[in-house]
Design a protein around this ligand. Structure first.
Ligand code: NAD
Length: 354
């Protein structure tokens, strides 16, 4: 199993080093993986004048999975759009055909105070948002500006989903639900949108292949409300690009800790790019204080979703739970009465717990 490691910028190299340490420990325990690093984002620009250098793209394409840190920083903010580090992320998603974004929102019991919701509403939260990433109103044509019949200027976009696009994201949603608590909620706006009526029809059809998964449907406005009213009713949520954009950010913030949240973006064959949901945190880069747990948990998602190694993924997740239970905290999640660790020490604590 070949893994391309693209550490990127800011805190990227610091946090990715901790995840690599964990993966290497599993490798010495029998997990058959090979890791290869390449410059990406601002680091790619510094070395080759391109945020996604040819050699990095080649490595990412040849690998079975990609582990990313984060990209970007003030140093690059003045660059022309196509040379900016963030373009590297957009281009690699496109080049690898990553159409499915998986974002778990898990609230660890020890961090319940970090949530903006009441403990009884949110404790035990463990949900997964599956967002379609390459279709919908963000990409539909035609789009643009025009003058209408009354001579007024207007702007317009096209919400559009093809049957294969809905089928493949529904399959990912059902597949994820099957590995979890076997509940899938498909979110749409079927009462208003033709695209959503079609979406629901296809999702219902795919459901026939997964009799063990309980499927429900919910309107997006209600889903936004239910996520803050009673988020624990959800197991896996599958939805389109725009609804997913909004709901996945809403869901991730229920846990209150950006340094804890991993993500996966998958292609048709299950190859994936795994990264923390946060950015390169230039304000704390180079200080050895960033929280590496989101990146370590991203590597667990890689083992589960690309390599189908659930038991190895579980070992990493259990190790993270243990260090939190033991009172280990990085600065971003520190509370009085816990132990404040730096980035490297947190990586070491996870290793010890493994
Ligand atoms: P950010 O997520 O980098 O930081 C937001 C805040 O959260 C900061 O105060 C930061 O210190 C803190 N934070 C983030 N990750 C942390 C961690 N692991 N441990 C402790 N604290 C953490 O968002 P931003 O400041 O808006 O963006 C900074 C740069 O990152 C920008 O250049 C932006 O474009 C880029 N960015 C990249 C990605 C990506 O690579 N996928 C995603 C988002 C932002």
């Amino acid at each position: 199993m070949k893994i391309a490691v693209l550490a990127g910028d800011g805190i990227g190299p610091e946090i990715v080093a901790q995840a690599v340490k964990v993966l290497r420990a599993l490798a010495s325990d029998g997990l058959k993986i090979e890791l290869e690093e390449a410059p990406f984002g601002g680091a790619g620009f510094d070395r080759y004048g391109d945020p996604l250098p040819e050699s990095t793209l080649k490595l990412a394409k040849a690998a079975d999975a990609v582990l990313c840190g984060a990209v970007g920083g003030p140093k690059y903010d003045g660059l022309p759009r196509l040379q900016r580090p963030e373009q590297g992320i957009l281009r690699i998603r496109k080049e690898l055909g990553l159409f499915a974004n998986l974002r778990p929102a898990v609230l660890y019991p020890e961090l319940v105070g970090a949530s903006s919701l009441k403990p009884e509403v949110v404790s035990g939260l463990d949900i997964m948002i599956v967002r379609e990433l390459t279709g919908d109103i963000y990409f539909g044509e035609p789009r643009g500006r025009r003058d209408n019949a009354r001579g007024e200027r207007e702007g317009y976009d096209t919400m559009l989903y093809s049957e294969p696009e809905i089928r493949r994201i529904a399959e990912i949603g059902f597949g994820a639900a099957r590995k979890r608590n076997k509940k899938l909620c498909s979110v749409d706006k079927e009462n208003v949108l033709e695209t959503s009526r079609f979406w629901r029809e296809i999702v219902n059809d795919v459901a026939r292949k997964y009799p063990e998964v309980a499927l429900s449907h919910m309107y997006v406005d209600n889903a936004a409300m239910q996520l803050v009213r009673d988020p624990k009713q959800f197991d896996v949520v599958v939805t389109g690009n725009m609804f997913g954009d909004i709901l996945s950010d809403e869901a991730s913030m229920l846990t209150g800790s950006i340094g804890m949240l991993p993500s996966a973006s998958l292609d048709e064959r299950g190859k994936g790019l795994y990264e923390p949901i946060h950015g390169s945190a230039p304000d704390i880069a180079g200080q050895n204080i960033a929280n590496p747990l989101a990146t370590i948990l991203s590597s667990a998602m890689m083992l589960r979703y690309t390599f189908n190694k659930d038991e190895w993924a579980y070992r990493i997740e259990a190790a993270v739970k243990k260090v939190l239970a033991d009172g280990c905290r990085t600065a971003d999640i520190y509370e009085t009465g816990t132990r404040r660790l730096d980035t490297v020490a947190m990586g070491d604590a996870v290793l010890a717990a493994l």
